[in-house]
Structure formats: structure tokens, C-alpha cells
Design a protein around this ligand. Structure first.
Ligand code: SAH
Ligand code: SF4
Ligand code: F3S
Length: 451
């Protein structure tokens, strides 16, 4: 009997890539491959790549170099680059790393089996042409047994001046609510408890689908989708990301407030606190509008947790403009902000401008912003101390096996003493005893929450 073939996937980048990787892993397992955590043991190595910033892109080249070398002594090794670097570089990746068998853009993730069959016929394949994403009939190999991602809209039509996503993920393509419902229903049947609905600009959900309501609204919107999927049996929590301030509506806020399974956590990137920078980024809103959205969210849900993304040292950003970003972070009091120094990306307008800032300015501003972000996050964390929170248990604490790890509804990581075999997938009450900037520690209150 021959040994079963083994595959390895390393995933870089955002949740969309993670969701794509889970689907590709599902396809490979369907073909008889077994997972191995060590790429050096694998007969098939797949890097699912990210190109959002230059450092994300460079990482993959160093990983690839090692595997390309291995291929010289193991010619049967299959080497694949998927995801956003694959889409961006296409053919030129083959020239840079001729050992590659397959270069495939994110829209082709569900076609992995078909593409591998073409590789078996002896060709090197580049699959980057835009396609209509084939409905997800694969069985993903999910990393968790408790929480799962469900794509609702692929792509992005926004064209912010710094961003590669529209170029690599293509135009918006929404899935029909029935397909989303069916996937969630299956997840509920399998015992999953929490779903995160995914889209790069999730508020755009439905605008590419046909039909309008009698009031003239799009027939399909994120708000309507939330109502539609809310009661899927077995699913206890629903989250969604990422929200765009330009499209975030009061109707959506009201729905989140009224629907008990929708978690009171909103990820709404603002990118900059200065209106001229926002204009140069082509974001389509002002910092005043952003503040009004947060006020509105808090008016309905005073304790909602708000997280965001921000970019420092965008081309031409002055010290005074940067300070407006600090001001916004100070005023809003975010639970978390993912920060990044601007990185010029191929094919984006901002990369061609001649007012790029130095590495020193980038480093300095990033550090100052990060300092404020953790200080504010710490303040937000402290509000939990002494409270009892419902925590959905997701895993054992890697660093202390006597503890388990879960999240509050507001998405704060929470650790407490407990047995993972008993608690995995359960929602329990935890009294919070200790706060750190981005996580909490507590003690279990001995009674299960009736959900
Ligand atoms: N669709 C989301 C975010 C997508 S990318 C939105 O519209 O906000 C994730 C984050 O990466 C962005 O929010 C932004 O903060 C950051 N990012 C994107 N392009 C970048 C670039 N060229 N340089 C630095 N950060 C970038
Ligand atoms: Fe990129 Fe802007 Fe689309 Fe977000 S909305 S993915 S930042 S282009
Ligand atoms: Fe990166 Fe592509 Fe996501 S560039 S952030 S993996 S959409």
C-alpha cells in the first residue's frame, strides 16, 4: 500500500484568505490528501498569500525559496501559490520561481481540484483571469469546531487610492441569501455556535444582485440578510466584518440592536482622522460622519465594542493631520485598532505620488499611535472588571492548559480555569477579575447560560 499523500497550507493575510484556505484544505482532503503541519513533510505545499503591504508580500518569497530548493531533490513535490500575490504577479511569479506548478488567484480557490488535474497532465498553470465565483459546494476543513466564517460578498468596488484589494479580489459578487442560509444551517447541524459573515466591504452586500423593493431599496441588503439568517438552528452568535463608514446605516444599527444573536461588536475602519487625508484616500466620508456613526451605535448599544483599522503616514500626511488621527482615537475610545504604516502598492494611485513620507516618519507615527491605542484599549478593558460576561469557549489556552479561552460578545479574548473537554463550544458565565489591554481573565460562575 502506498503512503497517503500529505499537504501543507500556510495562510497569510485576512479572514477572506483564511476562509479560502479552509475551502482549499477541504478540497485536498476530498482528494485523499492528509494535513501535515510541517511543509517539509508535504507532497503538496500551498501558500495562500497576501499583498496588502510590502512586508506581507516579501514573507512569502522567503518561504517559497526554501520549498523551491526542496523540489530539486523531490521533483514530485507540488508547489502552489494562491491568493492575492498570485493574482497580482501572475505569470511573473513563474519567472521568479520557475519551480512553481500552479499560480492561482483568490477567485479560483474553489477550482483547486480541477487546476491540479491540469498540473498532473504536465502543465504549469496560471489561473488569474476574472471569473464568476462558482458557488461553494466544497466541504471546508474548518480550523475551529465552534466558530466559522461564511463569505457573503466577494471582491470590492471601492478603489481607495492605497489599496490592492479591488485589483486582486475583483468586483463585488454577492451570494444569494438562500445559499448563505444553507451553509449556516449545515454549520449549525455540525455543532458550530458562532458565525462571522465576511466581506471586504460587507455593507455593499446585495447591491450587485437583481431586484428592488416597493420602496425602491435594493432587494438584498446586509440588514435584510441579518434578519433572514438570524434564526438558523444551533447558531448562537452572529458577527460580521468589515464595515465601511460610507454605507453604515441606522437601519443596520437598529437591526443589530433588535436581533439578540448579533454580537454588539462593530469593526469599522476609519483609516484617518483628517478630512483632507480621507479625501486623498478616496474614502467617501468625513471624520464628522464617522463620529456620528459611532454615536448612533452607542445611542442604541451603549456598551458596544468598536474596533477599526488606521493607516499612518499616508503620502503627504502632515504632522497636524496625523494628530487628527490621534485625536479621533482619543475621543472615540476604541476596543482595538489595527494600525499600519502606509505601504506603496503596485497598481494603486497613491503609490505613484511624489509626496511619499520617510521610513522615520512612518516608524515614529506608528509607534505614537500604537501607544495611544493600547492605552485606550486598556481603559476599555477595565470596564469589564467585576462584571459577569457570557463567554463562548473556543479552545484551550496554549500557554496554560488548565485554562480555556473564549470570547465575550464584544469579542474580548477571555481566559479562565476550566476543562476544555467539558467546555468546548459552551457559553458560560465568567466573572472578570483581571484586565489587560486586549484580553481578560476571570472565574467561571457555575451555571450554564441558557441560550
Ligand atoms: N475593506 C476594509 C479593509 C481592507 S484591507 C476597509 O475598507 O477598511 C485591511 C486594512 O489594511 C485596511 O483597513 C488598511 O488599514 C490596511 N491597508 C490597506 N492597504 C494598505 C496600504 N497600502 N498600506 C498600509 N495599510 C494598508
Ligand atoms: Fe480596500 Fe477600500 Fe475596498 Fe477596503 S473599501 S478593501 S480599503 S478598496
Ligand atoms: Fe491580504 Fe488579499 Fe486579504 S491582499 S488582506 S489577503 S484580500
Amino acid at each position: 500500500m502506498t503512503e497517503p499523500r500529505q499537504y501543507h497550507i500556510t495562510t497569510f493575510g485576512c479572514q477572506m484568505n483564511k476562509a479560502d484556505s479552509e475551502r482549499m484544505a477541504g478540497i485536498l482532503e476530498g482528494m485523499g490528501y492528509l494535513f501535515t503541519a510541517d511543509p517539509n513533510d508535504a507532497d503538496l505545499v500551498l501558500y495562500n498569500t497576501c499583498t496588502i503591504r510590502d512586508n506581507a508580500e516579501q514573507k512569502v518569497y522567503s518561504y517559497l525559496g526554501r520549498q523551491a530548493k526542496r523540489k530539486h531533490s523531490q521533483p514530485n513535490l507540488k508547489l502552489i501559490v494562491a491568493g492575492c500575490v498570485a493574482q497580482q504577479e501572475g505569470e511573473s511569479l513563474l519567472r521568479r520561481v520557475p519551480e512553481l506548478d500552479l499560480v492561482m488567484g483568490p477567485q479560483h480557490a474553489n477550482r483547486l481540484q480541477d487546476l491540479l488535474e491540469q498540473v498532473d497532465n504536465g502543465s504549469q498553470i496560471v489561473a488569474t483571469e476574472p471569473i464568476h465565483i462558482v458557488e461553494d459546494i466544497t466541504k471546508p476543513r474548518r480550523d475551529s469546531t465552534v466558530t466559522a466564517w461564511v463569505n457573503v460578498i466577494y471582491g470590492c468596488n471601492e478603489h481607495c487610492t492605497y489599496c490592492v484589494v479591488p485589483g486582486v479580489r475583483g468586483v463585488e459578487q454577492s451570494r444569494y441569501p438562500e445559499a448563505i442560509y444553507a451553509e449556516m444551517e449545515e454549520l449549525g447541524r455540525q455543532g458550530f455556535k458562532e458565525i462571522t459573515l465576511l466581506g471586504q466591504n460587507i455593507d455593499a452586500y446585495g447591491r450587485d444582485l437583481p431586484g428592488t423593493t416597493p420602496e425602491g431599496r435594493n432587494k438584498y441588503t446586509l440588514t435584510d440578510l441579518l434578519y433572514f439568517v438570524h434564526d438558523v438552528p444551533g447558531i448562537e452568535r452572529i458577527r460580521f466584518a468589515t464595515s465601511h463608514p460610507r454605507y453604515f446605516t441606522e437601519r443596520l444599527i437598529k437591526a443589530c440592536h433588535g436581533l439578540p444573536k448579533v454580537c454588539e461588536h462593530f469593526h469599522i475602519p476609519f483609516q484617518s482622522g483628517d478630512n483632507d487625508v480621507l479625501k486623498a484616500m478616496r474614502r467617501g466620508y468625513s471624520h464628522e460622519r464617522y463620529r456620528r456613526i459611532v454615536d448612533k451605535v452607542r445611542q442604541y448599544m451603549p456598551d458596544a465594542s468598536i474596533t477599526a483599522d488606521a493607516i499612518v503616514a499616508f503620502p503627504g500626511e502632515t504632522e497636524a493631520q496625523f494628530e487628527k488621527t490621534l485625536q479621533l482615537v482619543d475621543d472615540i475610545g476604541f476596543d482595538l485598532v489595527n494600525t499600519a504604516a502606509y505601504s506603496p502598492r503596485p497598481g494603486t494611485p497613491a503609490a505613484t505620488w511624489d509626496n511619499q513620507l520617510s521610513e522615520e516618519v512612518k516608524g515614529d507615527r506608528l509607534q505614537r499611535l500604537n501607544h495611544l491605542v493600547s492605552q485606550k484599549a486598556m481603559e476599555k478593558s477595565e470596564r469589564y472588571v467585576g462584571r459577569t460576561e457570557a463567554v463562548l469557549v473556543e479552545a484551550q489556552n496554549q500557554k496554560d492548559p488548565s485554562q480555556v479561552m473564549g470570547r465575550t460578545k464584544g469579542n474580548r479574548l477571555t481566559f479562565f480555569k476550566g476543562d476544555i473537554n467539558e467546555l468546548l463550544g459552551k457559553t458560560v458565565l465568567v466573572k472578570i477579575t483581571e484586565a489587560r489591554a486586549f484580553s481578560l481573565t476571570g472565574e467561571r460562575v457555575e451555571s450554564l447560560v441558557a441560550v
